[in-house]
Design a protein around this ligand. Structure first.
Ligand code: HEC
Length: 144
């Protein structure tokens, strides 16, 4: 009598539903910027962004300065650690916006324009052939 109702148990239905939700969440990214930083960046850059200079640069007090020079915004996206991360453009934009706040010693300038998914996509199609040379050139122009 209850055979039809029992064919799909409530537990089975819930399992299918949950799997669907998890697949959807994974496909759309869904990790917080902090989690993405811990998963993909912290291994080299460390939790507090101190890195291991001179090999891995320190972010503290310096990362936001790249925003103030020509080509600096693009560089933060095109540097291999950022652009090669298995993250979509929207996640990269959120991650960089989070990092810029997290690793700045002072509040970001009032005219700071956060990265958007579209801006990241635009920079990401270009390959940075020599990141070290680009970094040196930009550093020479950064404000002290
Ligand atoms: C395998 C080590 C490694 C990992 C993992 C890594 N980076 Fe980096 N990162 C570097 C090195 C080394 C540099 C210096 C530039 C270069 O040679 O690539 C750098 C430079 C940067 C810079 C430019 C800052 C500067 O002062 O030049 C940014 C922004 C950055 N990384 C973001 C990230 C983000 C975001 C992630 C995670 C999604 C990440 N990195 C993961 C090693 C790493």
């Amino acid at each position: 009598m209850f055979r039809t109702a029992n064919r799909r148990s409530p537990t089975g239905f819930l399992a299918v539903l949950l799997t669907g939700i998890i697949v959807l969440a994974t496909a759309q990214g869904g990790e917080s910027p902090h989690n993405n930083y811990m998963i993909h960046c912290q291994g080299c850059h460390l939790a507090d962004g101190a890195g291991t200079p001179p090999d891995v640069p320190s972010f503290a007090g310096q990362l936001n300065k790249f925003l103030q020079v020509d080509g600096g915004r693009a560089y933060l996206v095109q540097v291999p650690g950022t652009t090669n991360a298995p993250l979509n453009d929207a996640d990269i934009a959120q991650l960089l916006n989070w990092m810029l706040v997290r690793f700045s010693e002072q509040p970001l300038p009032a005219d700071f324009v956060p990265y958007s998914e579209q801006e990241v996509a635009r920079y990401r199609v270009e390959l940075l052939l020599d990141p070290a040379a680009k970094r040196r050139a930009l550093l020479a122009t950064l404000p002290r």
